[in-house]
Design a protein around this ligand. Structure first.
Ligand code: PBG
Length: 357
């Protein structure tokens, strides 16, 4: 009498039991690894605020891509970081045939043809003022002039072999402009992953160091979204889908799980969540102080993104996650208390932790 009939703890008693009843799964096939590219040869420049993340010269980027492919990561997202002397008012380096993204795309495509190559399409890394487009005399970013340049950039990236174009400039009509530009040049099969709901965010801080793309004045609030809004995100997403976006992205991710969920329910397209530089840096810094367990925290974050409805996850932990997932023990031991050593590699320990396990 008085004892519970429903004991939800029954299904939590062992690792095997918990695996059996899991609702959300993170698999290595969900992951997209961002990659920063710089000039030179044999360059591997670590980013201060993002320990473990580097800017690579193209030759090293090819080796790195090979490694990611061997770890079964399906895709990389490429960012070019040219030196200051190749930056100008319009950011024309973005569509240079021998630009960093174009060079790396050609080289990686040749060496690792199966890897899906996604090109970030924006100008903040290429303009001398650090804004995401062309400015007028009162220093506002001109939407329609920037659209022409986005289309040119997308075509040059597609020519180099990019599989997916990922516009992140937050210009109105950018998906239409890029789709038309691509189709006109015979690239109707090149996909578009639009940064549809991209918020103006403090979480981008470390990226701006990585990409040397901080705005020289002002901020990006006139084109990126205001963090107070959710209906507006759905409006952006709806327009991008109508304009022909194939994949929809929400960014940042961790503080925007409600947006991920709302977008997942609003459209049939695959939804990508971009776990941004600040999310990575916070955990890294805390882990370096011994205040957080990096692996457990990172795993929990990406699991939350899947649970919220993300299909794809862009994350600076992609490589670590691929390794962690590959060594995840199957485990059937009862009472596998937290803090105990994992079961190791024996007996199914080599499972990849993919969907459906
Ligand atoms: C802009 C761009 C940004 C990020 C990706 N693309 C930054 C910005 O808008 O300032 C941020 C990514 C991150 O923080 O990890 N092209």
């Amino acid at each position: 009498m008085g004892y519970p009939t429903h004991r939800l703890r029954r299904l939590r008693r062992s690792r095997g039991m918990r695996r059996l009843v899991r609702e959300a799964h993170v698999g290595v096939s969900d992951l997209i690894a961002p990659m920063f590219l710089c000039d030179g040869e044999n360059q591997r420049q670590e980013i201060d605020a993002m320990p473990g993340v580097f800017r690579y010269s193209v030759d090293v980027a090819v080796e790195e891509a090979q490694l990611l492919h061997e770890l079964r990561i399906p895709a990389v997202l490429l960012f070019g970081v040219p030196p200051d002397e190749r930056k100008d008012k319009t950011g024309k380096e973005a569509w240079a045939a021998d630009g960093l993204v174009q060079q790396a795309t050609r080289a990686i495509k040749k060496a690792v043809p199966e890897l899906v190559l996604i090109a970030d399409t924006c100008f903040c890394e290429y303009t001398d003022h650090g804004h995401c487009g062309v400015l007028n005399t009162t220093r506002e970013v001109l939407n329609d002039r920037t659209l022409e340049n986005l289309a040119k950039t997308a075509v040059s990236q597609a020519k180099a072999g990019a599989d997916i174009i990922a516009p992140s400039a937050m210009m109105d009509g950018q998906v239409t402009a890029i789709r038309k530009g691509l189709d006109k040049q015979g690239f109707e099969d090149t996909a578009i992953m639009s940064y549809a709901a991209k918020y103006s965010s403090a979480f981008y801080g470390p990226f701006r160091e990585a990409a040397q793309s901080s705005p020289a004045f002002g901020n990006r609030r006139q084109y990126q979204m205001d963090c107070h809004n959710v209906r507006e995100a759905l409006h952006e997403v709806k327009l991008d889908v109508e304009e022909g976006a194939d994949i929809i992205m929400v960014k940042p991710a961790l503080a925007y799980l409600d947006i991920v969920r709302a977008v997942r329910e609003a459209v049939p397209n695959p939804v990508a969540a971009y776990s941004v530089s600040g999310e990575y840096a916070m955990v890294k810094a805390a882990a370096q102080n011994g205040w957080l367990d990096e692996k457990a925290t990172a795993t929990e974050i990406v699991t939350a993104l899947k649970r919220a409805g993300a299909d794809l996850i862009i994350t600076y932990w992609a490589k670590d996650l691929a390794e962690w997932l590959a060594s995840e023990p199957a485990g059937g031991r009862p009472l596998d208390a937290p803090g105990r050593k994992p079961a190791g590699k024996a007996g199914g320990g080599r499972r990849r932790g993919r969907k459906g396990n």
